[in-house]
Design a protein around this ligand. Structure first.
Ligand code: 1PX
Ligand code: ADP
Ligand code: CA
Length: 563
């Protein structure tokens, strides 16, 4: 960081100790005067501290407020007498609320109060800090909030009122809140009614299903307003200018977990307040050139489709429904036949097995838009150059227990590294994971690897491809003659239930696609990744060391401005 001139520097009091407080355009720092000589070095993390000097990035200040005397009681209670004297001597104060990092990617809002004898000086500090905050254009001022009161453990409303609304209030953000009254209420409201010009972002309080509603509402609204026909799989889509914030209050909350690193309402609220921005890919899903749905996390056929279908009947169980349906689906051990065709991503887009995880500021996701465009055109060219329109495409026909397309890692508390640990949030690709027919024990081994450090792709029956587009065609059983008998109804292992002559009905021969937790009506689909179609109020998962800030001593090194 270049040294920057101080905007303000004063001797103030914090917890009855004299501190030197200084502000430049990027850092607010303070240090105790009496212990200054003893402690001079050390790398200082923002909002963390060495023994007696502290620094906070201006962009991570939540708010600065005038502190009325009685609000500062917590500090003063410890030594009442001294405190009383002190508050008589230094009756004016202001409080800075800022982001503090705790363990495992969680953020908290901390306060520090500075006292002074001079009211004017406190006012000046408040004014200058507020001026700096108002320069941060990416911070939202007005939000539209949708709460699903029935998501997860049905705590959405309480979570918002108790943990999020007070923080928005402190940060001076205004919010219009809609508690949904039915499924698709939020989607329909966004699609047609909401006056989006009034807002800087939309907040979703709920789970992945609720996020999906908001996604569909917003993306559809932006396409309709710009005359884009969603039924055309190759139409160039218009990115949404409004960002989406996710306050996790659902069952899996994988989109929040994979973009923030934790499912914690306060952390999410703080990412919204500081105005973070994380672009994200969106897959468009079509059936015979008819638009079905969008997906940002998991498109899963076979195992995950079956788990979801079964779990929908057990909604009353809350988040535990997935465990029960998971075990049941695992035990039924179905497989499904079909052909999957895909257009691989270019070689420079990394590989699902390269162990290069997508992290805050990810280089792979930051390809220049032009170069991404060129690569994209190249693969389109390749695609078109072939007479059949399938050059560059590969096709695999087989019997699959699961076909999963992970557009992001899909990390969640159940699987902290996710379905595809090296998938990227915003690279324009999805990781296509094919799990072929195998024994129950092998499939269990594969599943268990989602929960430990072992590589879940390192099995002979698993393959994974990074792709830009794919299609799936289930095997047409009605076309199969008796000379080409069907081995179904697709039970592996011990339970061959159906003979070759049995006509399978559609539901036992086909699985369903789970699309971000919603069931698709068709098994035959075409999928195309739309690079960075939306943005979230998030920054990707931070590396442990990413939050380190240089020693705020640079702030002390510069000659103070005169105040
Ligand atoms: C043996 C343990 C194996 C654990 C394997 C866990 C892998 C989990 C990967 C989860 C990826 C989740 C992707 C996101 C999906 C969500 O969109 C979607 C909707 O979320 P919402 O309810 O918040 O709206 N959620 C889901 O579809 C949940 C999927 C959960 C699958 C759980 C599977 C459990 C399998 C248990 C097998 C146990 C075998 C035991 C044998 C004795
Ligand atoms: N008021 C409501 N009543 C019933 N269903 C709703 C309501 N609001 C949203 N939904 C639907 O509830 C489903 C689950 O929501 P979600 O918030 O993802 O919770 P969970 O993670 O527990 O599935 C979504 O499909 C969403 O469309
Ligand atoms: Ca991606």
């Amino acid at each position: 960081m270049e040294e920057q001139a101080r905007l303000l520097s004063s001797m103030l009091f914090n917890k009855h100790r004299q501190v030197e407080v200084a502000l430049n355009r990027s850092v607010l720092a303070w240090k105790e005067m009496e212990r200054r000589r003893k402690r001079s070095s050390g790398v200082i993390s923002n909002s963390a501290e060495t023994a007696h000097s502290h620094a906070v990035q201006v962009c991570e200040i939540v708010a600065v407020l005038d502190t009325k005397e009685d609000q500062d009681n917590a500090e003063t209670r410890r030594s009442q007498k001294k405190a009383k004297q002190h508050s008589q001597l230094y009756p004016h104060a202001f409080t800075v609320s800022y982001v503090r990092r705790t363990r495992r990617h969680q953020w908290r809002c901390s306060d520090v109060t500075f006292h002074s004898a001079s009211e004017g000086l406190c006012e000046r500090w408040i004014q200058v800090i507020n001026e700096q905050l108002s320069l941060i254009a990416s911070r939202p001022k007005s939000l539209l909030v949708y709460i699903n009161p029935f998501g997860g453990k049905q705590r959405g409303r309480r979570i918002y009122e108790q943990k999020v609304a007070p923080l928005f209030g402190r940060a001076g953000i205004s919010a219009d809140v809609i508690v949904t009254e039915r499924a698709n209420h939020a989607r329909d409201h966004l699609k047609t009614e909401a006056n989006l010009d009034k807002y800087d972002g939309v907040v979703c309080v709920g789970g992945d299903g609720m996020f999906s509603e908001i996604l569909h509402g917003l993306v559809t609204r932006f396409q309709t307003d710009n005359g884009v026909d969603q039924n055309q799989p190759d139409a160039e889509m218009v990115p949404c200018s409004l960002r989406i914030g996710i306050i996790p209050a659902g069952s899996t909350d994988c989109i929040c977990f994979a973009t923030v690193g934790t499912n914690d309402p306060v952390t999410s609220a703080l990412h919204i307040i500081v105005g973070d921005s994380q672009p994200m890919d969106v897959c468009s899903v079509h059936h015979d050139d008819i638009f079905l749905r969008y997906s940002v996390s998991l498109l899963g056929y076979g195992f995950y489709g079956d788990v979801l279908t079964d779990s929908e009947r057990k909604r009353w169980l809350g988040p535990a429904r997935y465990d029960l349906s998971g075990v049941k689906t695992f035990l039924s051990h179905n497989y499904y036949e079909g052909t999957i065709s895909f257009l691989p991503a270019e070689n420079n887009m990394g590989d699902p097995r390269d162990k290069l995880q997508c992290r805050s500021g990810c280089g792979i996701c930051q390809h220049e838009p032009s170069s991404t465009g060129t690569q994209w055109e190249m693969s389109e060219e390749k695609e078109k150059s072939d007479k059949g329109g399938s050059s560059g495409w590969s096709a695999i026909r087989g019997k699959f227990i699961a076909i999963n397309a992970a557009s992001m890692s899909c990390a969640c508390p159940r699987s902290p590294k996710g379905l595809s640990p090296s998938a990227h949030l915003a690279d324009g690709t999805t990781d296509l994971i094919l799990v072929r027919k195998c024994s129950r024990l092998d499939f269990l081994r594969h599943l268990v690897r989602h929960t430990n450090k072992e590589d879940q792709f390192d099995h002979s029956f698993v393959e994974v491809h990074r792709v830009r587009k794919f299609r799936f065609q289930p095997r047409h059983h009605e076309l199969v003659s008796l000379e080409d008998p069907i081995e179904s109804p697709k039970k592996t292992g011990f339970s061959p239930i159906c003979s070759a002559q049995t006509t399978c009905n559609y539901s036992t021969c086909h699985s369903s696609w789970s699309c971000d937790g919603e069931i698709l009506p068709n098994a035959a689909i075409q999928v195309s990744v739309q690079c960075q179609l939306i943005r979230l109020f998030a920054r990707g998962i931070e590396e442990q060391q990413q939050c380190l800030l240089e020693d705020p001593c640079t702030l002390w090194a510069v000659e103070p401005s005169t105040h």
